[in-house]
Each structure stands twice: as structure tokens, then as C-alpha cells.
Design a protein around this ligand. Structure first.
Ligand code: NAD
Ligand code: ZN
Length: 344
């Protein structure tokens, strides 16, 4: 038996004892070394219609290879790994192109992964298909666990807009929490654009400034004017929204420049009405909106390389798995700076 933090009924999560999982053909049993706590886990916990119950929560996985299922080669007991998030079929045209995060097998819906349709990693052990393991190298497994989503997803979101991130451009990062504080570091490490961080919480803004943000702005009714002032009325070429609430979606639309790109990652339910009307009504000419999911396996390799080089690092607070419920409450109350990681 092992301990796991599970959704035992919709909107109910608790630490329970469950049977140890066994690796099937092509799968690997991992001893979990770190399980990052993502805001998406809160969305799942609050979702009355979440389809898989019971389900162990947790999709930011670092682990040590404990047992190989039939037919698995190339890995040995004791190997330190991260688990790639988007468990595509690996066979369709879209997976072949690298976009396993949009695998055709799942139609127009979310590609599942650990803790997102399969059993997750807030447990002592987790099973994963061997082809989704990526070597951890010399990184600390607790510090590195959030790279699998809080690193991967911003990296992918930024890559989507990389053609616009020239030195004369301005990028706005809305919400500098778990994902956003990584976005600030990736932008700083890879691009020369000016970087404006926006958050409700001034301590998160100070954190973003310490990681490379050039300007910080409190997310209130003056934020749009402040950003337009900083960009001579033109707006920002790239807006990355890691909140996705009504006010942040509106802010993004109000400050995007002509031919700029809004990349909305946060899932807080905001809506952007589309007006096929000449400006100044609606978006400026040429502006686009993208709603990416996760990232590719190649993106994860890149994120690990950046971390190994010391160009990015997750600001981590460590907690025992037993404290999962109180850590979720801390995240919900906005008390986590960077990322909380559960250690079984
Ligand atoms: P987090 O709680 O760590 O960080 C959120 C940050 O946003 C906090 O710093 C908070 O103070 C700030 N914030 C909240 N409301 C704000 C507002 N109105 N204006 C400005 N800042 C505000 O969350 P996280 O783990 O970084 O996740 C962020 C969002 O991204 C969540 O909605 C999550 O579900 C989503 N997400 C999406 C994907 C994807 O692939 N699309 C992947 C992972 C997470
Ligand atoms: Zn596929």
C-alpha cells in the first residue's frame, strides 16, 4: 500500500492509502521525488463535473525509476527523470509533428496526462509510459519537478510569440505566480524585449522584478493606462496572460498593439468578445489571440537545458505530502511565491 492525495469524490480531496500501482507493458513505476502543486489542480478540485474519480492529483512529476514493465528498455532502476505532461498517442500526424499536446486521438479536447485523466503523482509512486520520461540530469528533483508544467507551458507560450519578441518590443506578463515567474525568467534569458510584469500582489511583483522584469504594474483599473503610457500609446507586442480572468482578458485586449499577439494560458474563465469592426472598437488591426496547452516534448528538453545552465530556476517551497490540503489552501489564498512542491 502507499499514500496518495486523491480526489475521492467531486470537490473532495484527501490523503488515503491505496494499493501500489504496477507498471504494465511499456510502462515504468516511478518512486515520486517531487510533485508540484499547480493552480490547475485547484480548478480540478473545484470542478463538479471532473470525469475521473477517484483520481490521484498531481501532474508536475519528478521521480526515480523503480521498476520496468514488460518490453521497456533504455531505463534502469535509480534513473532520475521528469515526466512529460501531454500523453499523446505518438502515432498521429500531429504527434509526429511534435505537437503531442494537441494529439488527434483526443479530438478537440484536452490531451490527458498524469493527474489529468490518468493517476497523478501526489503519491509515493506513480506509473508512466516509458516514452514520456525525460532525463533529469544533475538537477535537484524537488526544484525541477515544476519544470514539467510551470516551466514547459510558459516556454511553449513564449515560443508561439517568439517572432515578435525583438529588442524594440514590449512583452507583458500578467500573473507572476507559478507559471508567470518562470515566464519572466525565460523571456529574460532568451529575448531582449522590454518586460512588464502585472499582478494583484505587490510581493509577487517584487519577486518578478528580482527575476528580470523591467517594470511592474499593479493589476487594477489603471493598469491599461500605465502600460499604454510605457509604450507611447502603441501597446505591447506580446501579452502573456497567466490568469485568464475577466479583468485580465480585458486588460490584454486593451493593451495589445497592432499586429501583436495575446497568448492566454490562464483558465479562470474570462471571455473576449470578438468584434469584426474597424478599430478603435475591438482589437487593433492584425492582433491575434492564441490559447496554447502545455508544450511539446522538445520544449521540455529545452526547459531542462535552460535550468541546467542556471538560466532559469523555480522558486520552490517544499512541503511533505501529508500537508497537501494545507498547501492547496495556501495556493488558493495567494500565499505561495513561485511553486509549492510536495515531497512524499
Ligand atoms: P498561481 O496561483 O501560482 O499564480 C497566479 C498568479 O496570478 C498569482 O501571482 C496571483 O496573484 C495572480 N493573479 C490573480 N488574479 C490576478 C489578476 N486579476 N491580475 C493579475 N494577477 C492576478 O497559478 P499558476 O499555477 O501559475 O497557474 C496560472 C493559470 O494557468 C491557472 O489558471 C492554471 O490553471 C493555468 N494553467 C494553464 C495551462 C495551459 O496549458 N493552458 C497549464 C498550466 C496552468
Ligand atoms: Zn497523437
Amino acid at each position: 500500500f502507499m499514500k496518495a492525495y486523491r480526489l475521492t469524490a467531486p470537490k473532495t480531496a484527501e490523503i488515503v492509502d491505496i494499493e501500489m500501482p504496477r507498471p504494465g507493458p511499456g510502462e515504468v513505476l516511478l518512486k515520486v521525488t517531487g510533485a508540484g502543486v499547480c493552480h490547475s489542480d485547484l480548478h480540478i478540485l473545484h470542478d463538479e463535473t471532473w470525469p475521473l474519480v477517484p483520481m490521484t492529483i498531481g501532474h508536475e512529476v519528478s521521480g526515480e525509476v523503480a521498476e520496468l514493465g514488460d518490453g521497456v528498455s533504455g531505463w534502469s532502476s535509480g534513473d532520475q527523470v521528469l515526466v512529460y505532461l501531454c500523453w499523446g498517442c505518438g502515432m498521429c500526424r500531429t504527434c509526429a509533428s511534435g505537437l503531442e499536446n494537441a494529439c488527434e486521438k483526443y479530438g478537440r479536447s484536452i490531451v490527458p496526462g498524469p493527474g489529468l485523466g490518468f493517476q497523478g503523482c501526489m503519491a509515493e509512486y506513480v506509473v508512466a509510459p516509458a516514452r514520456f520520461l525525460v532525463p533529469l540530469g544533475s538537477l535537484d528533483p524537488v526544484d525541477a519537478a515544476p519544470l514539467t508544467d510551470a516551466g514547459l507551458t510558459p516556454y511553449h507560450a513564449i515560443r508561439i510569440a517568439s517572432d515578435l519578441l525583438v529588442p524594440t518590443a514590449t512583452a507583458v506578463v500578467i500573473g507572476v505566480g507559478g507559471l508567470g515567474h518562470m515566464a519572466v525568467q525565460i523571456l529574460t534569458a532568451m529575448y531582449g524585449s522590454r518586460l512588464i510584469a502585472v499582478d494583484l500582489d505587490t510581493s509577487k511583483l517584487e519577486h518578478a522584478a528580482s527575476l528580470g522584469a523591467d517594470e511592474t504594474i499593479v493589476s487594477d483599473s489603471h493598469a491599461a493606462d500605465a502600460i499604454l503610457d510605457l509604450t507611447h500609446g502603441r501597446g505591447a507586442q506580446v501579452v502573456l496572460d497567466f490568469v485568464g480572468a475577466e479583468p485580465t482578458v480585458k486588460l490584454a485586449a486593451d493593451v495589445i498593439s497592432p499586429y501583436g499577439r495575446i497568448v492566454t494560458v490562464g483558465l479562470a474563465g474570462g471571455t473576449l468578445p470578438f468584434a469584426a469592426t474597424a478599430p478603435p472598437i475591438g482589437l487593433p488591426w492584425g492582433a491575434g489571440v492564441v490559447k496554447p496547452y502545455g508544450g511539446t516534448r522538445a520544449d521540455l528538453h529545452d526547459v531542462i537545458a535552460l535550468a541546467q545552465r542556471g538560466a532559469i530556476s523555480v522558486t520552490v517551497e517544499r512541503h511533505p505530502l501529508d500537508d497537501a490540503a494545507s498547501v492547496f489552501a495556501r495556493l488558493e489564498a495567494g500565499q505561495v511565491t513561485g511553486r509549492a512542491v510536495l515531497v512524499p
